[in-house]
Every structure is written in structure tokens, then in C-alpha cells.
Design a protein. Structure first.
Length: 91
């Protein structure tokens, strides 16, 4: 399996960095690094996250990384990271 990042989630990461960086650039960079590293654990355990039934028949799941939600879709040999946001955001 491989992890792929959609353009939408890359935009989410950029938006989060731009929000966090004015207060503390180093902390913003650490947050982005932890968010981009976390999905690597899905390679060994792709069904680790909670399944989101509202997306059936697609297999969309979510994991929490600190206070952030990462949504991903399982395909045959690919884990597509599709969205990412802080849990305090209204989504």
C-alpha cells in the first residue's frame, strides 16, 4: 500500500500552517510534520480508523492526530488522504 495526498488535503495543510504560523512558526511546522507523518502507520494497519458510514459504499475512515481529524479513503493499493482539520472547526 502507498499513501497519497489529494490536492484538497494539501490545501488544508497550507491553511492550517498559515493560521498557526503567526503565533509560533516552529510549533506550526511541528504540527504539520506530525500530521503528515501520522498516516504512514496506516500502511501496516489501513483499517485502523473509524469507518464513516455516511460515505458508503466508499470506504472512508478517520483517525485523530491530537486535536486534528484526518480522513482517508481506502482503495485497492492506495490510501488517499482526503481531508484534514482541527476538531474545533465546524465541519
Amino acid at each position: 500500500m502507498e499513501v497519497r495526498w489529494t490536492s484538497r488535503v494539501l490545501s488544508d495543510l497550507a491553511r492550517l500552517y498559515q493560521f498557526l504560523a503567526p503565533a509560533n512558526k516552529k510549533a506550526a511546522a511541528r504540527t504539520i510534520q506530525s500530521l503528515t507523518a501520522a498516516p504512514q502507520s496506516l500502511i501496516a494497519h489501513p483499517r485502523l480508523g473509524e469507518r464513516l458510514e455516511q460515505f458508503d459504499p466508499r470506504e472512508v475512515r478517520r483517525i485523530l492526530v491530537g486535536h486534528y481529524e484526518v480522513r482517508y479513503e481506502l482503495l485497492r493499493e492506495t490510501i488517499n488522504i482526503v481531508r484534514l482539520w482541527h476538531t474545533r472547526e465546524e465541519r
